[in-house]
Write a protein that binds this ligand. Sequence first.
Ligand SMILES: Cc1ncc(COP(=O)(O)O)c(C=O)c1O
Length: 426
Amino acid sequence: MYIDSASKAQLQQWESELSAEFQGFKNQSLNLDLTRGKPSAEQLSLTDNMDGILSGNYKCQDGSDARNYGGLFGIPEMRKLGAELLGVKENEVIAGGNSSLTFMHLCFVFACLYGPGGKGTQWHRERIPRFLCPVPGYDRHFSICEDLDVKMINVPMTANGPDMDEVESLVKKDPSIKGMWCVPKYSNPTGIVYSDETVERIAKLGRIAGPDFRVFWDNAYAVHDLTDNPPKLANIMDLCKKHGTDNLVYQFSSTSKISFAGAGVSFLATSTANLAGFEKHLFVLTIGPDKVNQLRHAKLFPDLAAVRKHMRKHAELLRPKFEAVLDHLRKNFTDSDLGTWSEPQGGYFISFNARPGLASEVIRLAGEAGVKLTPAGSTFPYKKDPENRNIRLAPSFPKVAELNKTMAVFVNCVKLAAVRQQLGNP
Ligand SMILES: Cc1ncc(COP(=O)(O)O)c(C=O)c1O
C-alpha cells in the first residue's frame, strides 16, 4: 500500500474497507496489551529451581554468613559473575539489590550532590546541568533526569549507535553537559548494537569532556540474544583504559530478565577510584545488599557459561513472539510507505516508526479497538517525540495467539490513520 501515490478514489476505498475492519475489531470487545516489556510467566518459571536451592547452607565462598549484615559490595561469587558479564575485573564491580535502575539513580544523585570526582565536581553547582539522551530511548532514564532537574538534549540514533559527530561536537562546546545515557546492546527500543567504532569514540569522550563527565552505560541486555550467532559488543572498560579515560563510565546490568524481574541481582561496574567515591555514600545508605538472594543466584549461575545456557531457553520462548510481530510488519509494510521498523537480534523491543505525525493517532485508534500500546512520546525526553511517529512494541509478555490478534489491530490502525491523514481527515 503506497499512500503518497494513491488517487483520492483509491484512498476513499481503502478508508471505507479499513473502517469496516476497524469496526469489526471494536465489536469483538478485545482487551489486549502490547506495552509490557517484562518476561512472561513461562520465562520466569525457567528459574523456579532457585527456590530452596540453598537447602539451609548460607555460607559464602569467603566464609561469611549470607544471612548477616556486611559485605557492602556484595558476595565474591556474584562480583565474579558481574565481572564476567560486564568484562571488568572483580574489584571493578559490585553486586547490589534487585534493581540496576536504583544503582543508576544513586550514581546520578551522588554526582549531583557530591560530584562524580569529589568536591568541586558536583553537577548541581551548574545552574542547569545537561545530559545527552540518544533517541528513541528508555523512558526511565529520562525520568531520572527529569526528577533531578537535569536538562535533556536529544541525540539521534544511527544504525551504529548515537550520532557520535553530534555527541562530540556538543560535548566540546558545552561544559554544562555532564554525561550521556547509553543502552549499548539491543538498545531500548531500537534493538541497535553499538558498533566497535562508536564504543571507541565514546571511550575517547573522556579526553574532550571535563573530569565531571560520565557515561551511564546501561548494559541491561548484555546476554539477551535471540540468535545463535549474536553481535559482539566491544569492551568499553578496556577501551577506556587504552585511552586513559578509566573514570569515564559507569556500567550497569542486572539479572532482572535472566532470573526474576524484581527479585534479581544488580551490578555496577566502574573504575576502582569511582567505586571508592561511591562506597563513601553507599555506606551511609545501607549496611549491605540482600546477600541471601545473591547466594541463591550464585548457586544457580556459577559462571557466565551457565547464564548463557539459561538465556538460550529464554530465547526459545521469545523468538516465536518476535517472529510473530515481525511477520505482521513485514507482510503489511515491506511494500509500503506506511512505516519502518527494527528487526532486533536480541533485547525486549521492536521499534516502529509510523508516518510523521501519526503515532498518537495510531495509539488512540488501537486503544479504541481494545489494544493498549505504549503512550506516544514515551521513548523521548519529556515524552515529546518531535515527529510523533515512534511506537515501542513489546512482544515478550503476551502469548503468540494474542500477539497475532494484537498485531492485526495494530496494522489496521497504522493503515487507517495514514489513509485518513492523507485524505485530510487525521
Ligand atoms: C534499558 C533498561 N535498563 C534497565 C531496566 C530495568 O532494570 P532493573 O530491573 O535492573 O532495574 C530495563 C527494564 O526494562 C531496561 O529496559
